[in-house]
Write a protein that binds this ligand. Structure first.
Ligand code: ATP
Length: 240
């Protein structure tokens, strides 16, 4: 099986505090992998290391075989990261934001136009794409940011809490977009504290608590192993 992500004995300390404690998991190519856990459990730290934005204190991470520390720029060409607290430039229109972001990916104007075209379709904002981002609802802004993340057709998309704070309809639209992209071969690593949502979306999940991975498997495997009806119950029992 082709591995998109290999995390081995990952450790990250902030000062004296250990935020990620010997975490190991792999993500297969084309899979949606959900990293779930409560607030402060180490999800964002893990994702930022995988996205090459933060250095590990120990252990190793490889993306399609490339080391995130020693081969960071090669890794960056394969991935796209949507941070939890991401914001688009509020005074730009949605379209100008996509155009601006496209300049970071290509110097070729035709290629940039293609990315922006792609981003406009993915955002699905219709004519509102011409309005200032400041006038967007939370759901619209998140769709624009997801479109920015996916318009470059990354091999691996890393999404930190992609549906946080969104209503059912907007969350579903984002989940559908993720599913659609996996059919085109993109691998997803998604974090969430919404365990039920991750259960619907993910092929496999890792459950993290206090920086440690306390469960790993398909939702069905985990439910059967912990004799639970859903992943929330799995979490409660795994944490006991
Ligand atoms: P949330 O769901 O609330 O976003 P999380 O699971 O993503 O949480 P992290 O943000 O990775 O968790 O935080 C893990 C631990 O590391 C927490 O105890 C947090 O306080 C600590 N931490 C995170 N960033 C820093 C930092 N820059 N400096 C010091 N401690 C930090």
């Amino acid at each position: 099986m082709d591995l998109a992500v290999e995390v081995q004995e990952l450790v990250r300390d902030y000062g004296g505090r250990r935020a990620v404690d010997r975490v190991s998991f792999t993500v297969n190519r084309g899979e949606v992998f959900g990293l779930i856990g409560p607030n402060g459990s180490g999800k964002t730290t893990t994702l930022r290391i995988i996205a090459t934005l933060l250095k590990p204190s120990g252990g190793q991470v490889r993306i399609f075989g490339l080391d995130v520390v020693r081969q960071a720029s090669a890794v960056r060409r394969l991935i796209s990261y949507l941070p939890e607290e991401a914001g688009a430039y509020k005074n730009l229109s949605g379209l100008d934001y996509l155009k601006f972001m496209a300049t970071f990916y290509s110097r070729d104007t035709r290629e940039r136009d293609r990315l922006v075209e792609n981003g406009m379709t993915l955002a699905g904002l219709g004519r509102r794409i011409n309005d200032r981002v400041a006038t967007y609802s939370k759901g619209m802004a998140r769709k624009l940011l997801l479109a920015r993340t996916l318009m470059v057709m990354p091999q691996l998309a890393i999404l930190d809490e992609p549906t946080s704070g969104l209503d059912v309809e907007n969350s579903m639209a984002i989940r559908n977009r993720i599913r659609e992209f996996t059919r085109q071969g993109t691998t997803f690593l998604v974090s969430s504290h919404n365990m039920l949502e991750v259960e619907f979306l993910s092929d496999r999940v890792g459950i993290i608590r206090n920086g440690q991975l306390i469960g790993l498997g398909t939702p069905a495997e985990l439910k059967s192993r912990f004799n639970a009806r859903n992943l929330e119950e799995v979490f409660i029992r795994a944490a006991e």
